[in-house]
Design a protein around this ligand. Structure first.
Ligand code: NAP
Length: 461
């Protein structure tokens, strides 16, 4: 590989790292995305110019088809369907790694009739194995998220021992395959095992735990790409794969913490059997309703306000109305902060993205750990389409499916107003005892319409 190609790969790798660093802050995130995209463009260009096995026209046709499909999906997808799209993309990443590793193995062992060296052999096996798990696991995650198969944890007896046997078989098959490089049959068996293992490790995972799985599969897709980088002896693929693998694992760990799961639990699969779309048969909580006028008067009388956004805000697309409300309150000298739960909404950073889109200053968005102590000294909490992330049962009720999950202490504020359409449950499918608390008032209706009316009413006061 020429020095100029290596140099281009180095520049691309640096741009990836800088781009990821810039994703750290909402203010720089868009530019970070652009920086990484430029890095990717350089990497693709450097790769394309050195390819001699395929014509440039063939490559261009594939690029146009692939980009067209990606563009069509990305522009059409609704914000609430992003996790499904990520699952699908992860799966394709895994499939690409599997295909590259398999074809390279085939070329080396069959066509070129060369001995496959051990590093390359192991890389091929890892690429196939992780790529296969990522592909089938992501497809199951996709089907679960869009409701084509049950979102609940599907478990059966002996699940873990079967997974363990499959894992051991995969290792044995890999060793045999590397010792018999002239027979590609063994690598094909490895493909089958990895696909099966992907299915078996994701089906036992329940609805509310899916975000962790998506993030983990994202990390797997990076690891598979990294292994493929070794197969192809391509440094930029090794670096970018490692970046995706490492950042996916870090995100997985953050989400595990937010959902009170251990990473070991995730890696073993089979968690989330008690949470996720569980319907409890508990008694209906009796609630106090508040009207727009009364709610406006409460807003007008407070000096501190914490807004808790949740999935319902995304559904209602209420973020712009929320910004208007927060600006109006600030004009009335009310201190306004936003409390962001790490798994509010349906994807990591969901609330941050929506609020940033509405130009709400990033400084006002406070992470759960930093704001939880402030609720007790706050006059008013306005919960907008959030449910599970403010359910006190997670702290107080050991029988609750979400017991142990860290939640926002909204109930500790002097007054809580909850904007939602009905007494509908949240993602975990359980009642929220907060709604029945003495200090809690329900403001029923679609969040966007309600907040727009509320803003008009406050303006009149
Ligand atoms: P949630 O518990 O799912 O509750 C959302 C609430 O929004 C519902 O109770 C619903 O009640 C209300 N709502 C829906 N449409 C609305 C509208 N148009 N206007 C007003 N309210 C509306 O949401 P959350 O508190 O944000 O918690 C997130 C949950 O999703 C957690 O259980 C989390 O584990 C899970 N999850 C998170 C991710 C992630 O990565 N962030 C991914 C997948 C799952 P009504 O029907 O009565 O209106």
């Amino acid at each position: 590989m020429s020095i100029s190609i290596q140099f281009a790969y180095l520049i691309a790798s640096i741009l990836f790292v800088v781009g990821i660093k810039m994703l750290n802050r909402t203010k720089t995130a868009r530019k970070g995305n652009m920086v990484s995209a430029i890095g990717m463009f350089i990497a693709i260009l450097a790769t394309v110019v050195q390819v001699d096995a395929i014509s440039l026209v063939d490559i261009l046709i594939c690029v146009v088809i692939g980009s067209g499909i990606g563009l069509a999906i990305a522009t059409k997808v609704e914000m609430t369907k992003i996790p499904e799209m990520v699952a699908l993309f992860n799966g394709f990443g895994g499939l690409a790694s599997l295909a590259v590793a398999l074809s390279d193995y085939w070329l080396n062992s069959q066509v070129r009739l060369l001995e496959v060296d051990s590093i390359m052999g192991i890389s091929v096996a890892v690429g196939i194995f992780i790529g296969g798990i990522t592909f089938s696991g992501s497809m199951i995650a996709f089907l679960k998220l869009n409701g084509r198969i049950s979102g609940r944890a599907i478990t059966f007896k002996g699940q873990h021992p079967i997974n363990l046997v499959l894992l051991i078989t995969a290792i044995v098959i890999t060793v045999i395959a590397l010792m018999n490089t002239s027979d590609p049959m063994f690598m094909l068996i490895l493909v089958g095992i990895s696909l099966l293992l992907g299915i078996l490790t994701v089906i036992p995972i329940g609805g509310a735990d899916m975000p962790v799985v998506i993030s983990l599969l994202n990390s797997y897709s990076g690891m598979a790409a990294c292994a493929t980088g070794f197969v192809l002896n391509n440094n930029v693929l090794i670096v970018s794969g490692a970046l995706v693998g490492a950042s996916g694992i870090i995100l997985t760990q953050i989400m595990c913490k937010a959902m009170n799961r251990s990473l070991v639990n995730v890696l073993l699969g089979g968690f989330g059997q008690t949470s996720g779309q569980v319907t409890d048969d508990g008694e209906q909580v009796s609630v106090k309703e508040v009207g727009i006028e009364e709610a406006a008067q409460i807003f007008d009388s407070v000096s501190s306000l914490i807004i808790v956004p949740g999935y319902g805000m995304a559904v209602a697309q209420a973020q712009h109305a929320v910004r208007e409300l927060s600006e109006l309150c600030e004009k009335k000298n009310i201190s306004v902060k936003f409390a962001i739960h790490p798994v509010a909404g349906r994807m990591p950073g969901h609330m941050n993205v929506l609020l940033a889109e509405a130009n709400i200053s990033y400084d006002k968005l406070i992470e759960m750990d930093d704001i939880n102590d402030e609720f007790a000294t706050t006059d008013l909490v306005f919960v907008i389409g959030a449910n599970d992330v403010v359910n006190p049962a997670a702290r107080t009720n050991p029988a609750s499916p979400i017991y142990g999950m860290p939640v926002l202490n909204a109930d500790k504020a002097q007054t809580v107003i909850v904007s939602k359409r009905s007494m509908g449950k949240g993602y975990a499918g359980i009642e929220n005892e907060l709604f029945g608390y003495d200090n809690c008032l329900m403001l029923f209706g679609d969040a966007k319409q309600t907040i727009t009316k509320l803003v008009n009413e406050i303006k009149e006061l």
